[in-house]
Design a protein around this ligand. Structure first.
Ligand code: ADP
Length: 164
């Protein structure tokens, strides 16, 4: 069975990566799907996010990364996956995630949404927290894969220089 793990991944965190690693042991193939959502004004381009995911998951032979826009259920259908995977960090994630899962079910009854609890150690992590810390010069090396930490330093060094 294959699973689709959709999200913004702007950028990938160690929480995302932990979930991908665990999912890769449960499913034959895991597609990490980066949503192209221009309205979210992302820090990293889709190409950068795909490169970050591919570098961080190079040790997992059954994981691949792809970009998509439009409905997640339509992309799951195109990929031939029957499972949409989402992570739950805290109760606060639950209400939103349940609403999306029910919506997706109403659109594509053959698809199942599976929730995986995040690793306790990473349950405080979100892409926005990581960006906030990196923007103000804090170390994010314990929050993201090495390549992502380097990309964040480059991004915010450039931004602060261009503002100076
Ligand atoms: P979205 O904009 O779709 O919420 P995210 O990149 O923020 O995209 O999250 C993608 C998925 O990863 C979601 O299911 C989210 O709950 C999950 N996720 C976010 N942070 C973590 C974390 N620290 N550990 C595990 N899963 C996470």
């Amino acid at each position: 069975m294959q699973a689709l793990y959709p999200g913004s991944f702007d950028p990938l965190t160690l929480g995302h990566l932990d979930l991908i690693e665990r999912a890769s042991q449960l499913f034959e193939r895991v597609v990490v799907a980066v949503l192209q959502n221009p309205s979210k004004n992302p820090c990293f381009s889709v190409e950068q996010r795909l490169a970050q995911i591919r570098a961080a998951t190079s040790h997992l032979s059954n994981v691949e990364a792809a970009a998509f826009d439009g409905l997640t259920v339509a992309f799951a259908d195109r990929c031939g996956t029957a499972v949409i995977l989402r992570g739950l960090r805290a109760l606060s994630d639950f209400e939103y995630e349940l609403q999306i899962a029910h919506t997706n079910k109403s659109l594509a009854p053959q698809l199942e949404t599976l929730f995986m609890a995040t690793a306790t150690a990473h349950s405080f992590l979100s892409s926005s927290v990581v960006k906030e810390v990196a923007r103000f010069g804090g170390s994010v090396r314990h929050m993201v894969p090495t390549g992502v930490a380097e990309d964040l330093v480059r991004l915010f060094n450039r931004t602060s220089q261009s503002q100076a």
